[in-house]
Design a binder for this molecule. Structure first.
Ligand code: SAM
Length: 267
């Protein structure tokens, strides 16, 4: 059996293709990492999976064997064409040649429960996560390959160096877990940064019922714009009412719950 690395190299050579840096094309060639993704996503024959950035379809083929149906989204039309050939033996895959940031998630998944899997193009990690977590129909689970530092920011706890508005944002909407670290040599070509598999399990119900999300996000964003300053200074313009939170504290010390408390006092 040829390895994932051999298959990937041969496909690129046969189609006279170079990976496009501007589209974040770093193909996963380590079967152990693919297994870890499948395990973290707990894929079963009942699952509908949306794969973000399906590339040459080599990883897609592995995923498709575990699920009921897979929707492969890939912006690069040439790669999509190659993957259609590679994936001919799998009738349970449908192909979408579009920008993931522009697709209608509910339309693609027809209002059904779905999971997301993706070795993400790193240049749009944050907008992709934003889209998944704020969608009307959120995935039940997303297992994503991201830059290691980004995964650390997503999962960071108050008081740590990595904790910031992106941590609060992600944890407001989902339980975040770093599943495992992934070395550069697992990709072809090697990326400049280390990677991690991170899982996001959106909360089935809002964590803080009745809380105005827009107000919450505005407070968090404003507070972290001046990370080293006290809340009383950075939130001055928002004219907060009485609150039990000590405004001499810095934003990086506040938990998601405490930001929610603040937001309830924001007229
Ligand atoms: N899934 C393949 C793998 O693991 O080997 C490829 C992963 S590669 C890191 C990221 C993929 O996302 C590339 O195939 C790239 O063309 C695609 N991509 C980049 N920007 C995209 C976008 N806006 N929408 C959909 N796919 C995109």
């Amino acid at each position: 059996m040829p390895t994932l690395a051999q298959v990937t190299r041969e496909l690129l050579i046969a189609h006279n293709r170079y990976p496009r840096k501007d589209l974040g094309q770093h193909f996963l060639i380590d079967p152990k990492v693919v297994e870890r993704i499948i395990a973290a996503a707990g894929l079963t024959r009942d699952d509908l999976v949306l794969e973000i950035g399906s590339g040459l379809g080599v990883v897609t083929a592995e995923l498709a064997q575990h699920v009921y149906q897979l929707v492969a989204v890939e912006i690069d039309k040439e790669l999509l064409g190659i993957s259609r050939e590679v994936l001919k033996p799998y009738p349970n895959i449908s192909f979408v040649g579009q920008d993931i940031l522009k697709v209608d998630l509910a339309g693609l998944t027809l209002g059904r429960k779905y999971k997301v899997v993706g070795n993400l193009p790193y240049y749009i990690t944050a907008p992709i996560i934003d889209k998944l977590l704020t969608a009307q129909e959120k995935p039940e689970l997303a297992v994503l390959m991201t830059q290691k530092e980004v995964a650390e920011r997503m999962a960071a706890k108050p008081g740590s160096k990595s904790y910031g508005s992106f941590s609060v944002f992600c944890q407001f909407y989902a339980a975040v877990k770093i599943e495992s670290l992934v070395s550069k040599s697992s990709f072809l070509p090697w990326p400049e940064v280390s990677s991690a598999i991170v899982s996001l399990t959106p909360h089935p119900q809002p964590l803080f019922p009745g809380l105005d999300e827009q107000k919450f996000l505005k407070i968090v964003h404003t507070a972290f714009q001046q990370r080293r300053k006290k809340l009383s200074t950075s939130l001055d313009e928002l004219k907060l009412g009485e609150t039990s939170i000590d405004l001499n504290r810095r934003p990086e010390t506040l938990s998601v719950e405490e930001f929610a408390l603040l937001a309830r006092h924001f007229a």
